[in-house]
Design a protein around this ligand. Structure first.
Ligand code: ZN
Ligand code: MN
Length: 489
């Protein structure tokens, strides 16, 4: 960012709530079906068809809101947002306006500046004000055939029309593109964590828009903002914001100024371009939806949603630090993935040393997962089996390198630790009568060295240990070998 200027960024996220059916009818909320097959008079917008609110939308919406630190509103009201578009057959979208489902969120995220390679510098907490999350229906999809100049047909697919969305709106709180980036990733992770949404940007069930303006440092008032759309990944979004910040500073400095408009990110050209001038809220002629009652949440309902919520990642991180003695960085990395966190906790509970478990889960296990392109939940090696391996390692009967080799095989085959250890012949001989026999042989075969050792050459002790280990093909338990050798010499 150019010296003397700062960016003001607010975020809007639309996330599809993970229900089986749509928000106001019983059609399946499912993509990839035959176009227009998941439709009925309600989501086709046929005259006289009446919407009925899906209870599951309210449950998952409440989970999302609570996970984002929002306050659920006792009464909220659905409203019609009027605009024309071919994929919106009613001519309005049922949304919420002045009485949203939830409001007043306070969310703490971790954020960091990045160096020129995109590597995070120091992570710091940042508290975001989330103004609201309201519930609404999605529109359908227009499908255009061919290139613009040869375009013959456009199609409308209404399978998506009426799928439930939560729209999450922040205040103009962000000052850098990386803060916005860290925020979206945080929201995505939390929504997946509580099961409110799949939050998969590639499948389009999480879409984000950034409102970006710039001003001179010290200015109180905001300049015109630009809404950035078509941000297909969090990284594209970050780049688009960065581009837009520079573009706007240049436009202000040249005296040309910035128009309030919607711009698209063009990943190929690495630039934003104008899509349309931006509407104001009054252009939509919002009014209360006459076909739906106000939505009233009872105290019992809110309580039951809270009861069903899993522990949130931030709370889990604190607990891991306190109970298992992990440091902040390791705990953060473990709770960045719900499956990994569950895997870790199972392992940590069985083993004697939870920090050793963390090292192995974040080290060898994560390496294997990355190579295989799997999640912890898909691992053939169970958390219990890893714990068994780590307990064997701690008992001293295999060494670190052997444990790594065993883990790789356990991961590939799903075999338990004991089986792999015995197949690889890593089992140590701890039986003292077997080791005694070897020690006797070594002593008998090295009479000269025995004489010198007994004459005071202590350094030769290591020689005998080496001979015994060699004779046992490395399998003798070194501790037992030491004891017996001392005894016999
Ligand atoms: Zn329907
Ligand atoms: Mn919306």
């Amino acid at each position: 960012m150019k010296e003397g200027w700062e960016a003001v960024i607010g975020m809007e996220i639309h996330t599809q709530l993970a229900t089986e059916t749509k928000i106001f009818c019983g059609c399946r909320a499912e993509f990839g079906s035959e176009p227009n097959s998941n439709t009925c008079p309600v989501c086709l917008g046929l005259p006289g068809a009446l919407p009925v609110l899906n209870r599951r939308v309210v449950e998952l919406g409440a989970r999302a809101a609570l996970a984002l630190g929002l306050e659920l509103q006792e009464t909220s009201i659905f409203a019609r947002k009027n605009y024309f578009y071919p994929d919106l057959p009613k001519g309005y979208q049922i949304s919420q306006y002045d009485r949203p489902f939830s409001a007043n969120g306070k969310l703490t995220i971790m954020t960091a500046d990045r160096d020129e390679h995109g590597h995070a510098r120091e992570w710091k907490p940042m508290t975001i004000h989330i103004e609201r999350m309201h519930l609404e229906e999605d529109a359908g999809k227009n499908v255009h055939e061919g290139l613009p100049e040869t375009d013959k047909y456009s199609y409308v697919d209404l399978n998506r029309a009426g799928t439930p969305l939560g729209e999450i709106v922040t205040g103009p709180d962000f000052r850098t593109s990386w803060q916005a980036y860290d925020y979206v990733n945080h929201v995505r992770r939390v929504l997946q964590w509580v099961g409110a949404s799949d939050a998969d940007m590639e499948k389009g069930n999480l879409r984000c828009e950034a409102n970006v303006s710039v001003r001179r440092v010290g200015d109180e008032k905001f300049n015109n903002k630009v809404e950035l759309k078509n941000l297909n990944s969090v990284r594209f979004m970050q780049k688009a914001i960065e581009y837009e910040m520079e573009r706007q500073v240049a436009a202000h400095e040249s005296g040309e100024g910035v128009q309030q408009e919607t711009r698209l990110w063009d990943e190929q050209k690495q630039e934003t371009r104008v899509m349309r001038s931006k509407e104001d809220a009054h252009d939509y002629r919002y009014f209360p939806e006459p076909d739906l009652q106000p939505l009233v949440l009872s105290a019992e309902f809110i309580e039951s949603v809270k009861m069903q919520m899993p522990e949130l990642p931030d709370n889990m991180r604190e607990r891991f630090i306190e109970v298992y003695g992990l440091n902040f960085a390791d705990a953060s990395q473990i709770v960045s993935d719900k499956d990994l966190a569950a895997f870790y906790e199972t392992t940590a509970r069985i083993t004697a040393d939870p920090r050793l478990s963390a090292n192995w889960v974040l080290g060898e296990f994560t390496k294997e997962l990355k190579n295989a392109g799997k999640t912890a939940a898909e691992s053939l090696m169970s958390a219990e089996d890893l714990a068994e391996l780590l307990n064997t390692l701690e008992s001293g009967s295999i060494n670190n390198n052997q444990a790594k080799e065993v883990l790789a095989e356990m991961f590939a085959s799903g075999k338990p630790a004991a089986q792999v250890i015995s197949e690889k012949g890593f089992e140590q001989i701890s039986d003292s009568s077997a080791i005694e026999k070897i020690v006797d042989e070594v002593i008998a075969n090295n009479a000269a060295q025995v004489e010198r050792y007994r004459g005071g050459n202590d350094k030769l002790f290591g020689f005998f240990v080496g001979q015994v280990m060699k004779a046992s093909q490395g399998k003798a338990n070194p501790k037992v070998v030491n004891e017996i050798l001392k005894d016999k010499l």
